[in-house]
Design a protein around this ligand. Structure first.
Ligand SMILES: *Cc1c(COP(=O)(O)O)cnc(C)c1O
Length: 382
């Protein structure tokens, strides 16, 4: 076995070797600029980009012309929120979101508030779920957007996306979802689920870092959005800049692999996650954070009561790479705002660990993790 065992797959994942192989030619022999329309270098690059666009669209049941490439989900979230806010200012300035969104959504909402937006941050219950009645009651004539993540990156809870899509449609409000953690792990269908805008990023499902996309619903009535990066008019004027062709090729391949293996991989991750969780729950005073049934198959967020989580992480990090929450907040020394939103005390939030599995996680890795975590918790409690 290779140490440390990587169980931090909600922060990022390894790039699948099949993805790397697909990307390699586009760094060297096929290095063309996808916008160079006068020669074969450009044509080859463009063809590769369009193949990838098809692969990505297929995974989420979108049309290829509804995919806009970005540098990742942080940029896609900025584009969605700022782009809609600026484009729909005639209709209103009100955005509804939740207090457990990723920082790239929350910080963008804060920024928009300084620029005249009114933002409602819906609270979640102790299991991380929103109240759909309160959501519907929060909609007013000035509401332009509901922004709700598909699945949470710290606790893995899945929002009732299809119902939220119906509520948005009924009130003629756009629905945007940050689906970074869901895509590739559970079936995502933008048409069936009534999603108007959706962000995704390749590095969370075994693609390369630095490439992502925003899906923008195109069929009538089409969603109009103002670009945030201009200069050249790439991506139908919605996001200028030379396309990251190798990244896009890898992104497409990662989607193709996920689509063909999604059932088998989710089942495998679910079995191993449940095994890990069942065994760790046998330790005294350990409990699960977040709704147990509406949850991604690869995440387990556990509180080890009266244990200093940071110390636990330091003691195990030669053997297991896990984290206490999101990668972005792990430098801040503050308790996780997601766990706080569930009503968890600071002490218990500091005693919580997120385990994130991937399709490459093996049974023997999980067995080792169970043993090491168990022994370390016992040591710390003595
Ligand atoms: C990782 C993550 C992001 C950020 O994606 P990048 O491509 O790394 O910018 C956004 N939202 C969620 C839920 C994430 O887990």
């Amino acid at each position: 076995m290779n140490y440390p065992i990587y169980l931090d797959n909600n922060a990022t994942t390894s790039c699948d070797k099949r993805v790397v192989a697909e990307m390699l030619p586009y760094f060297s022999e096929d290095f063309g600029n996808a916008s160079s329309g006068n020669h074969i270098f450009g044509w080859k690059a463009e063809e590769a980009v369009e193949t990838a666009r098809n692969q990505i669209a297929k995974l989420i049941n979108a049309n290829p012309n509804e995919i806009v490439f970005t540098s990742g989900a942080t940029e896609a979230n900025n584009l969605a929120l700022k782009g809609i806010f600026e484009s729909y200012s005639n209709k209103g300035n009100h955005i509804i979101t939740t207090n457990i969104e990723h920082k790239s959504v929350l910080d963008t909402c804060k920024y928009l508030e300084k620029n005249g937006a009114e933002v409602t941050y819906l609270e979640v219950d102790k299991e991380g779920m929103i109240d759909l009645e309160i959501l519907e009651k929060s909609i007013k004539p000035t509401t332009i957007l509901i922004a709700m993540m598909y699945a949470n990156n710290e606790i893995g809870t899945i929002h009732p996306i299809e119902t939220i899509g119906k509520i948005a449609k009924k009130h003629d409000v756009l629905f945007f979802s940050d689906a970074v953690q869901a895509v590739g792990k559970i079936p995502v269908d933008v048409k069936k689920q009534g999603i108007d805008l959706m962000s995704l990023t390749a590095h969370k499902f075994h693609g390369p870092k630095g490439i992502g996309a925003l899906y923008i619903h195109k069929n009538k009535p089409s969603v109009t959005i103002l670009p945030q990066i201009i200069g050249g008019g790439h991506e139908r004027n919605l996001r200028s800049g030379t396309l990251n062709v190798p990244g896009i090729v890898g992104f497409g391949k990662a989607c193709e692999i996920c689509l063909s293996e999604i059932d088998a991989n989710s089942k495998k991750m679910l079995l191993l996650r449940n095994y890990l969780e069942d065994e760790l729950l046998k330790i005294d005073s350990v409990f699960i954070n977040g709704n147990i049934s509406n949850r991604l198959p690869n995440v387990s967020n556990l509180t080890f009561k009266n244990i200093d989580g940071e110390r636990l992480l330091r003691m195990v990090n030669k053997e297991i790479a896990v984290s206490s929450g999101s990668a972005c907040s792990s430098v801040s020394q503050k308790p996780s705002y997601v766990l706080k939103a569930l009503g968890i005390s600071d002490d218990n939030a500091f005693s919580s660990i997120r385990f994130g599995l991937s399709r490459f996680t093996t049974e023997s890795e999980i067995e080792t993790a169970i043993k090491i975590v168990g022994e370390t918790v016992e040591k710390l409690r003595q």
